[in-house]
Design a protein around this ligand. Structure first.
Ligand SMILES: Cc1cc2nc3c(=O)[nH]c(=O)nc-3n(C[C@H](O)[C@H](O)[C@H](O)COP(=O)(O)OP(=O)(O)OC[C@H]3O[C@@H](n4cnc5c(N)ncnc54)[C@H](O)[C@@H]3O)c2cc1C
Length: 488
């Protein structure tokens, strides 16, 4: 492929890109040359959009433990702001709450990338800030570099053995990938949620713990307030909160049509904050840790991750690879797992002198085994949840959800909904009014275990991909047909 400037160029220095670059450096015995190209100024690494480092900021303790175990990196204050014991999910009527997840952390997404850049630099990773990657360079059906533009208007062209696309949810590199590949380029807009949040300080009072809890993250389900999504109240201290909403765009349009309303994502967030009785006298904090990052909206992909994430000389990771978990849009853990695995696979491929699709394929396989295998089943569960009403959610959470189901979701498995499966004819009579709910739950369980099985049989080589994909698609197409969203 001629001379190269770098072994690896990572486009996008957000959490996924920075961890990938660090992982290549950590795993590379031959001291690979790695460059991160990011459009932000060096003083503002990891900034997603002009309105900040927009995120709910919550991640599991388990994902940070994984990072420590694999790369020897342990975060502390100030990049970790607060610790929680778990996540409470409340039914729309607030009468049921279930505890999901284990312990977790609230990160400071503005300060974390500063620490991550330092970690990467210590391992020899180089940076080119204030530079936007615009196009992939290609020769003979392989990616050989990237070109783009610096903040001062000058252009750049960099040649490398591998280009990683970690440019986030609005990636143009993946979208216009110029070579033959199994990577899907476009996402269906129904698989994207609009999300937004405030970071606020407030006067602490006697909390109603259904609305703010300093020890737990709170998720509010409500198809009216957050159609096909949810609201969240995540504590960042005893008087500091990350509060926001995620809604499906088409779900919001249908809900507005149904009720003759004109709400937008922003108007819903503002109402959600105003109606929270625990958040008294809210104000946006102005210290360096939060300035420029207290209000923001952005989008998150909520389908399964891209079925194939590598091509000749190219890989995609993080939101650019649609990695966030479909039921809660959590993308920090997947970026940590994905970036760590991808970095190791790239280091091995460089050593083997094979950075072709086949040489990088193990990233697909390993990610699926370690973190990705339940994502297709969560996609189906998400589709199903979009079809049910507040009344059905209230009933389902009260009567159908068991402790084992909660445990399963926490452990990244699909819930069995065993209470529904165990219904005998007499009990079916009692739940007659909720028959369609019970049937839907049963269907998702059966479908999900098939999808997990399919994913655990992900092909070890590219030659098996088309046959595998055909089987996956057949299963998924049926669910899209069956689960039409409310009001569609
Ligand atoms: C409102 C909201 C709440 C969320 N809440 C949570 C939560 O609580 N927990 C959780 O786990 N996840 C949450 N997520 C999702 C999570 O924030 C993302 O999954 C995660 O940040 C993805 O990391 P990334 O590195 O892939 O992408 P990003 O964080 O988007 O980083 C991409 C980087 O690439 C840069 N870039 C973009 N284009 C280019 C280009 N062409 N050239 C050069 N650089 C470029 C960007 O400036 C940025 O630095 C939330 C998302 C939103 C929007």
């Amino acid at each position: 492929m001629g001379t190269v400037d770098y072994d690896v160029v990572v486009a996008g220095g957000g959490i996924a890109g920075l961890i990938t670059a660090t992982s290549v450096a950590h795993n590379s015995r031959q001291r690979a040359r790695i460059l991160v190209v990011d459009r932000n100024k060096e003083t503002e690494p990891g900034k997603k959009t002009h309105n900040g480092w927009t995120c709910g900021d919550a991640t599991s303790k388990r994902s940070l433990q994984y990072l420590e175990e694999k790369l020897g990196i342990k975060y502390g204050y100030p990049e970790i702001e607060h610790q929680v014991k778990g996540v409470y999910v409340f039914s729309p009527d607030r009468r049921s709450k279930v505890l999901f997840e284990g312990e977790g952390y609230l990160l400071n997404r503005k300060l974390l990338p500063r620490r991550q850049v330092e970690d990467a630099k210590k391992l020899g990773v180089e940076f080119m800030f204030d530079s936007t990657a615009e196009r992939l360079l290609h020769e003979d059906n392989r990616i050989v570099g990237v070109e783009g533009r610096r903040g001062d208007g000058t252009t750049f062209k960099i040649r490398s053995k591998v280009v990683v696309d970690a440019t986030g949810a609005s990636s143009v590199l993946r979208k216009f990938l110029p070579i033959n590949s199994y990577i899907e380029r476009e996402i269906d807009m129904d698989d994207v949620v609009g999300t937004g949040r405030y970071i606020l300080e407030f006067d602490p009072d006697n909390y109603d713990r259904a609305y703010f809890d300093p020890d737990y993250c709170i998720i509010h389900l409500d198809q009216f307030m957050a159609p096909a999504g949810y609201g969240w109240v995540f504590p960042k201290g005893r008087n500091k909160v990350n509060i926001g909403l995620g809604v499906s765009k088409s779900g919001l349009e249908r809900r507005n049509r149904l009720f003759g309303l004109k709400d937008t994502l922003q108007s819903l967030i503002d109402k959600y904050v105003a109606e929270n009785p625990a958040i008294k006298n809210p104000r946006q904090p102005d210290g360096d840790a939060d300035s420029g990052n207290t209000k923001g909206n952005w989008q998150v992909p909520v389908r399964r991750h891209n079925d194939c994430m590598v091509a000749n000389g190219f890989a995609v990771v993080g939101d650019a690879a649609w990695m966030p978990r479909p039921i809660d849009a959590g993308g920090i853990s997947p970026a940590i797992y994905g970036g760590t695995i991808l970095g190791k696979v790239i280091a091995e491929a460089l050593e083997a002198n094979d950075t072709s699709e086949e040489g990088l394929w193990n990233y697909n396989v390993e990610y699926m085994k370690v973190h990705g295998f339940p994502m297709a089943s969560f996609e189906v569960l998400r589709r199903y949840l979009q079809t049910i009403t507040n009344e059905q959610i209230n009933y389902g959470m009260r009567h159908f959800l068991s402790e084992q189901d909660v445990q399963a979701i926490t452990e990244r498995r699909h819930p069995e909904f065993s209470r529904v499966r165990a219904l005998n004819p007499l009990m079916w009579l009692r739940v007659l009014r909720h028959m369609s709910l019970a049937r839907g739950l049963r269907y998702t369980v059966e479908k999900s275990s098939r999808l997990v099985e399919i994913n655990l049989n992900y092909p070890e080589k590219p030659s098996g991909f088309e046959e595998w994909k055909k089987i996956l698609k057949r299963e998924l197409d049926e669910t899209v047909e069956r689960f039409k969203p409310l009001g569609a």
